[in-house]
Design a protein around this ligand. Structure first.
Ligand SMILES: Cc1cc2nc3c(=O)[nH]c(=O)nc-3n(C[C@H](O)[C@H](O)[C@H](O)COP(=O)(O)O)c2cc1C
Length: 196
């Protein structure tokens, strides 16, 4: 699959089936995804893999027993697939600002989603309660300054490769500085240095 096809056919997969990638395979794909742009090469993130019984424990911590979410969908939580929790672990006080470290973490995550997709796995990045749950914060070992950016729920994509979808209209998302300002940067530079 070429890169453009991979990018335009990826979808957030709501329905996921077994098998999910094993630990070794996940690590293999992550080594590739970690090559994403990352100012300072800080790798300011880590993943916690949740499988089997731990899935139910995480689900309970996010929505404790007795909560409306669990009562409404009692059987929907321990799905038999891989839930990978993304922990943002910025390097404190580094010259690379936290926002850039966050951008690097998102770049890595998108690269990982693309690599999963290219091998036939579906994934969806989920946030919501997971990121703010005090119960999950108690359950999971996290250092001060770390925070959850969500989870990737991963499994085999049941529908296989989807059709290309219409691409978004980006016509107003690109502009040309020369056209916007009337200034030709190269010309201005020549004038500034007194060149002809
Ligand atoms: C940072 C982030 C958080 C997201 N959180 C959720 C979520 O909590 N629940 C969900 O169903 N989808 C979530 N998504 C998936 C988006 O809703 C999805 O990417 C969007 O609807 C576009 O669909 P597509 O991925 O199939 O193109 C999230 C995506 C991103 C990038």
């Amino acid at each position: 699959m070429d890169v453009m096809t991979a990018i335009v056919t990826r979808r957030s997969e709501k329905i996921r089936t077994e098998p999910a990638p094993g630990d070794e395979e996940f690590r293999y794909l992550l080594r590739g995804a970690a090559a994403a742009p990352d100012h300072g090469r800080l790798l300011p993130w880590r993943w916690m893999l949740v499988r089997g019984e731990a899935r139910a424990a995480v689900a309970r911590a996010v929505a404790p027993t007795g909560s409306r979410a669990v009562e409404k969908r009692p059987n929907s939580l321990p799905e038999p697939l891989l839930r990978a929790l993304l922990v943002f672990a910025p390097v404190p006080g580094h010259r690379v600002p936290g926002g850039e470290q966050l951008a690097a973490s998102c770049s890595m995550t998108h690269a990982l989603m693309m690599l999963l997709h290219a091998r036939g796995d579906g994934s969806v990045w989920r946030t919501g309660q997971l990121c703010t749950s005090p119960g999950l914060r108690v359950l999971l070992p996290m250092a001060e300054g770390e925070r959850l950016l969500g989870s990737l729920d991963i499994g085999t994509s049941p529908e296989g490769l989807r059709q290309r979808r219409p691409l978004p209209d980006i016509s107003h998302r690109v502009s040309d500085v020369e056209a916007l300002t009337g200034v030709r940067p190269a010309h201005g530079l020549r004038e500034a240095v007194g060149a002809e």
